[in-house]
Design a binder for this molecule. Structure first.
Ligand code: ADP
Length: 481
């Protein structure tokens, strides 16, 4: 088992307390690494280093295109090491290997995208009156804190670090205790490049220790958080104490609304993918099927067939469904499955699977639950497992009401061949992203992503994310009396 260090101020260090956290392989629950158990003292050091470097002449002298160049080099390094990174992500998170490869490619693309943007972060000139030149500049915020979840570590670390550094900030990152390894790998790559010490820091540790200390730190200028609603609320409360802005990407209960005139093969393909990807442990998982009554039986029957044929096992074997990340997460899913037994009709799945040789891993059958009341927790709460809830509608209006009938609003899929209806529905759904006749097209690098309602606020990805990492200054020059 490897003992790893964390990365602060350009140095690889242990935690001040000397304590460590054991990281497990979800496939078999064997320990795979130890990482430092950072706490508030380590966070203080990282923030101090980030602040010092952010304000240094050395960092000010780095030209925007040079920042971009470092990010482009990161993309190159990630691609060169894609095999190692994908395997490490699968080892750490449990997800099927081809999904890890897709995540690694997305990570490289984030660095490329924001690398290209670094010297194009522009302001405006504003007509005020003769004799006044008024213009705006977008400045970096300073030290940005990034609290990363365990489900897509390399992608989420990359998308937020690349955007923050492109804009000229110094980053302190706290990966999840369950899956910190690929974020540490990014630190290795930054270390090899010409990035000044202190611009990218990784403090490993528990959420309630290192994470809470980071969110509450008086010398950070922004917090980007992706994770659960409850933790998002405490991060926001901590940041509020210091009047620090937050970007929160929280949970979802994203619907796929299927009309009878859709291309059924395509819809089936993407709906399956949207819920089983990463064993349903995805904020944007398509976890509710909202289907028109006239095609419900045949469509759901076809879905059941596909679910029955899914392969389940260790992610490294590139099955369809890998293990659940932890016992904690498995217990949450299990609880929903018992509710499903009581309150719904399980059409397929519903049980834990024991994989020979990997008995300690938590594997769950892909599950479809029908006959669910729209107010049941099965239709309202984020399960974060491979569990699809079926709801049926008869009119377009009813479909919209159902889609909007949860506290979340992250992603919506609409399946129809009627383009007018597609736009009507897209306009009415309360959702940060809407996909029509696809779900997740293009990998999402350029598209703003974030929530309505309790799915959070602020947008990551695309150019829009730069708003998180810059502040706007207006300058008025009076040049005539
Ligand atoms: P989960 O319960 O599935 O681990 P969380 O939303 O709690 O999801 O975790 C997402 C990230 O937030 C992780 O990096 C975790 O360590 C961190 N975290 C957990 N609790 C806190 C907290 N109180 N303050 C800041 N970060 C936290």
């Amino acid at each position: 088992m490897k003992k790893r260090k964390m990365y602060v101020d350009g140095k690889w260090i242990d935690s001040k307390s000397g304590e460590a956290i054991t990281v497990f392989n979800p496939a078999n629950y064997e320990p795979i690494a130890q990482v430092p158990r950072g706490n508030s003292e380590d966070v203080n050091d990282a923030v101090e280093a980030a602040r010092r470097t952010f304000e240094s002449q050395q960092w000010r002298n780095v030209k925007p295109h040079e920042r971009g160049y470092i990010l482009l080099e990161m993309a190159k390094r990630i691609r060169e090491c894609k095999d190692e990174l994908a395997r490490l992500e699968t080892l750490d998170v449990g997800k099927p290997l081809s999904q890890s490869y897709a995540d690694v490619e997305a990570a490289a693309r984030y660095f490329e995208f924001y690398g290209g943007v670094a010297d194009k972060i522009m302001g405006e000139t504003i007509p005020v009156e003769p004799g006044i030149l008024d213009y705006t500049i977008r400045e970096p915020l300073g030290v940005t804190a990034h609290i990363i979840p365990w489900n897509y570590p390399i992608q989420i670390s990359s998308r937020s670090a690349a955007a923050a550094i492109a804009a000229g900030n110094a980053v302190v990152m706290k990966p999840a205790e369950d899956a910190p390894l690929t974020t540490l790998k990014l630190a290795e790559f930054f270390d090899e490049l010409n990035l000044p010490n202190g611009i990218f820091n990784v403090v490993t540790g528990f959420g309630h220790e290192a994470g809470a200390a980071l969110a509450l730190h008086p010398d950070i200028d922004h917090v980007t958080f992706t994770g659960s609603v409850e933790t998002g609320i405490s991060v926001m409360q901590a940041a509020a104490k210091n009047v620090v802005p937050v970007t929160l990407e929280l949970g979802g209960k994203s619907p796929n609304i299927v009309f009878s005139d859709c291309d059924k093969e395509k819809a089936l393909h993407w709906i399956v993918k949207s819920i089983i990807q990463n064993a349903g442990q995805t904020c944007s998982a398509g976890s509710r099927l909202i289907i028109e009554k006239s095609i419900k039986d045949s469509f759901v029957e076809a879905l059941v067939e596909r679910f029955k044929n899914m392969t389940i096992g260790p992610g490294i074997e590139d099955v369809d469904i890998g293990p659940i990340i932890s016992k904690k997460q498995f217990d949450i899913i299990q609880n929903f499955l018992s509710i499903a037994e009581r309150e719904g009709k399980i059409l397929v799945g519903g049980r834990r699977v024991m994989i020979p040789g990997n008995e300690k891993g938590y594997y769950v059958q892909p599950t479809i639950v029908d006959e669910v009341d729209a107010n049941s927790p099965l239709a309202q709460e984020e399960i974060f497992g491979p569990v699809l809830t079926v709801l049926t509608f008869e009119s377009e209006e009813e479909a919209i009401q159902m889609a909007n009938g949860t506290k979340f609003g992250l992603v919506t899929g609409i399946w129809t061949s009627d383009v007018k209806r597609a736009h009507r529905v897209a306009e009415r759904v309360q959702s940060g992203q809407v996909f029509i006749n696809n779900y997740g097209a293009g990998g999402g690098i350029q598209m703003p992503f974030g929530g309505y309602k309790r799915s959070g606020f602020g947008r990551e990805k695309g150019l829009e994310a730069l708003r998180n990492y810059t502040q706007l200054k207006n300058i008025a020059l009076k040049y005539s009396d």
